[in-house]
Ligand binder design. Structure first.
Ligand SMILES: *[C@@H]1O[C@H](CO)[C@@H](O)[C@H](O)[C@H]1NC(C)=O
Ligand SMILES: *[C@@H]1O[C@H](CO)[C@@H](O)[C@H](O)[C@H]1NC(C)=O
Ligand SMILES: *[C@@H]1O[C@H](CO)[C@@H](O)[C@H](O)[C@H]1NC(C)=O
Length: 412
């Protein structure tokens, strides 16, 4: 009874973000899913299957090749890590052939690299790939993860009833809290609801989760990337306004360095994930990555927009038809307020495939830049100064097809 009473008080006071002290800026790290999927065939694919060596190798590289210093912190395991059955005490156990050392040993290894470890479970009776789910076991699973020194839990929603989510995800969040170990809680709650036409309760979601997926899984293609960006541009149910320190909309993993995107398209994902205050979970084989992709992933100027401490998610504010070329798609303009106060990050996104850069002009006031003495403007990727602009003046930008132009405007 006492326990229930204190839980109620806790939920009344936590009207804002989940109060676990974590994810004050969007979480950064690595997650195997988009690149490595559910490959459990270690005999034929020893280097690419889901097993402890894969996560140890990624942790080694994140620590030794500059990713950790750029802010990437979590090494996260997705589906397909558990054994087919729970143990005799009903606790989850990892697949004995692929994780012979056990998860606590892997956690210790990853912690030893100055990094943190994340794991995956599912609200339903089974995970998406058919491993034991958490339904009827949420309390024991939360405690198991805490005992294993886990730092981050992704909670999927396959094989369950979406009508139970408002209650179920909230309960899992409380079970995690009751372990006493702060663990980032990553939810798929609004994603499954939106797919079924249910309006997510983002107030409840923000009070229970540190990040939440609200749209389709990312795939390794421009079409998939642009679909997600456009979903965020539509901003149905005004979900962008729920992002902030402690809780973030999650447009899914970063596929920079994989197979599907051109260099310009990879810049688009970096720029837009920065504007959208998105978690940065790389899903790429860091053992085999081109230097230019690695440099993009570690671009400090772009990451500092992503990690801005105010945590305001940017929005698409307009779409304008380019002066040139004819019949090109409208260029999208997105803005995000960042610190110091009065500063904006601005992205001009060109979704067009019409073979030459699109040129657009806009009066700076229309971007929300109204500071009378004007702004210093700096291109972000290369950190190159573009001079100053004042309200009333035009700003003219040329953007590559399927590319982006990202800059900051700092008040003078
Ligand atoms: C649990 O919730 C309380 C109240 O919101 C909070 O003060 C505490 O830090 C949380 N603990 C963990 C481990 O998340
Ligand atoms: C959304 O969740 C909040 C917090 O749990 C609750 O107070 C509110 O009534 C819910 N809104 C709807 C429309 O269900
Ligand atoms: C969206 O949220 C913002 C910030 O809370 C608010 O000012 C605005 O009115 C909301 N818009 C809609 C359409 O609900």
């Amino acid at each position: 009874m006492l326990l229930l009473a204190s839980l109620c008080v806790a939920s009344l006071v936590s009207v804002q973000a989940l109060d676990n002290g974590l994810a004050l800026t969007p979480p950064m790290g690595w997650l195997d899913w988009e690149r490595f999927r559910c490959n459990v065939d270690c005999e034929n694919f020893p280097n690419d299957c889901i097993r402890e060596e894969l996560f140890m190798q990624m942790a080694d590289i994140i620590a030794s090749e500059g990713y950790r210093d750029a802010g990437y912190e979590y090494v996260n395991i997705d589906d397909c890590w558990p054994a087919e059955e729970r143990d005799a005490n009903g606790r989850l156990q990892p697949d004995p052939d692929r994780f012979p050392s056990g998860i606590p040993a892997l956690a210790k290894y990853i912690h030893g690299k100055g990094l943190k470890i994340g794991i995956y479970q599912d609200f339903g009776v089974k995970t998406c790939d058919g491993y034991p789910g958490s339904e009827f076991y949420m309390s024991v699973d939360a405690q198991t993860f805490a005992d294993w020194q886990i730092d981050y839990v992704k909670f999927d929603g396959c094989n369950s009833d979406v009508r139970d989510f408002d209650e179920g995800y909230t309960v899992m969040s409380r079970f995690l809290n009751l372990t006493g170990r702060p663990m980032v809680f990553s939810c798929e709650w609004p994603d499954y609801q939106t797919r079924q036409g249910i309006e997510p309760n983002y107030t409840a979601i923000r009070s229970a989760c540190n990040l939440w997926r609200n749209h389709d899984d990312i795939q390794d293609s421009w079409q998939s990337l642009l679909g997600i960006i456009n979903f965020y541009g539509e901003d149905t149910y005004n979900f962008s306004s729920y992002a902030g320190p402690g809780g973030w909309n999650d447009p899914d993993m970063v596929i920079v360095g994989d197979f599907g995107l051109s260099y310009d398209q990879q810049r688009v994902q970096m720029a837009m994930w920065a504007i959208m205050a998105s978690p940065m979970l790389m899903s790429v084989d860091l053992r085999h990555i081109r230097p230019e992709s690695k440099a993009l992933l570690q671009n400090r100027n772009v990451l500092s927009i992503n990690q801005d401490p105010m945590g305001i998610q940017g929005k698409r504010i307009m779409e304008i038809t380019p002066n040139q070329p004819p019949r090109a798609d409208p260029v999208q303009i997105w803005t995000r307020p960042i610190s110091p106060k009065g500063t904006f990050a601005v992205a001009f996104l060109n979704p067009s495939e019409r073979g030459m850069p699109s040129t657009v002009s806009v009066v700076v006031d229309d971007l929300g830049l109204t500071n009378g003495s004007g702004y210093n403007v700096t291109e972000t990727f290369d950190g190159v100064s573009m001079g100053t602009v004042k309200p009333g003046q035009n700003i003219t930008i040329s953007v590559n097809p399927e590319g982006v132009y990202l800059f900051t405007a700092t008040p003078l």
